[in-house]
Unconditional design. Structure first.
Length: 298
């Protein structure tokens, strides 16, 4: 087991868990914040890619580049929707719903890739759905307007776009992670430039600037470097478990620093969502290992 890779991946997930805190303190809207994030990531990871000479070894395939750019659209929308969810609801609530992405991957796989689904998977989906309703709070279920203004829609859209990113990423084999991210963040700059209101950058405090640059340099550049440098050296099952460090840190920071206090129903909802996700992520892998052992025994 590569201890250095484990530490790097755990650190990247722990740092990323603080992105909600940074977003809350940035002082600018979601679109402009993601725009800055894309610029910082392009410069940081692109610079690292060129400095290490990785760009010289890339094998460019037209179809793969197109899929990478399409994947970049969903990645950028995922960031925008997540940050908008942070604007409307607490970090803990938004991150709990956002982390239902594996559930959406499962559903999309069944719908478009004709993958098999088990009774356990269906039960996990239902548990996550009911849990998500508990999380947003009963008071937001009294009317359609309250529900729409709760931020739930933004959080679900962010999870759905992240799921699409995950599915499309599976088709990317030739390009390195650095080339992939470089292209995707370039897409983000081109996409968001026309929609940005640059007046929001006027009159920002030093605190605002620190948190804005932090989302780009720390949470995208540095975190993605740690992530890419570690993920290929670890088994998938360990990567799946360590990704849970992200939401745990996010909820802890929200509780300790921002004073979030979930009521009983929200607590139950959070436990239901993460229980369903944990089952969805780990159960198929355990099943696959058992099947592999059975085949070897034969």
């Amino acid at each position: 087991m590569n201890l250095s890779a484990i530490i790097k991946l755990a650190a990247s997930m722990a740092i990323f868990g603080s992105i909600g805190l940074f977003t809350k303190n940035a002082g600018i809207p979601a679109i402009e914040l993601v725009f800055v994030r894309c610029i910082c990531a392009t410069l940081f990871l692109g610079g690292l890619w060129f400095a290490t000479g990785g760009h010289k070894n890339e094998v460019w395939n037209r179809k793969e580049v197109i899929r990478t750019l399409l994947c970049g659209i969903f990645l950028v929308l995922n960031w925008v929707f997540l940050f908008k969810a942070f604007e409307e609801m607490s970090i803990s609530v938004a991150i709990s719903i956002y982390n239902m992405a594996p559930i959406f991957v499962l559903i999309l796989g069944v719908l478009f890739l004709k993958e098999r689904i088990t009774a356990g998977n269906i039960a996990a989906i239902l548990v996550c759905f009911v849990g998500s309703l508990f999380i947003i709070g009963v008071e937001h279920l009294n009317s359609v307007e309250a529900f729409m203004n709760s931020g739930f829609v933004w959080a679900v859209l962010s999870a759905l776009c992240y799921a699409m990113t995950m599915l499309l990423s599976k088709t990317l084999k030739g390009l390195s992670p650095y080339a992939t991210t470089f292209l995707q963040t370039i897409v983000g700059i081109v996409m968001l430039w026309p929609m940005c209101d640059f007046s929001v950058f006027h009159g920002l405090s030093a605190k605002n600037i620190f948190f804005i640059l932090g989302t780009g340099i720390i949470h995208t550049g540095f975190v993605y470097y740690l992530f890419f440098d570690s993920i290929r050296k670890l088994p998938t099952i360990l990567v799946s478990v360590l990704t849970f460090v992200d939401p745990v840190v996010a909820i802890l920071l929200d509780t300790v620093l921002l004073g979030f206090r979930p009521d009983l129903l929200q607590t139950v909802g959070i436990m239901m969502v993460f229980g369903g996700i944990f089952y969805t992520v780990l159960k198929p892998k355990r099943y696959a290992r058992v099947r592999k052992k059975e085949k070897l025994a034969q």
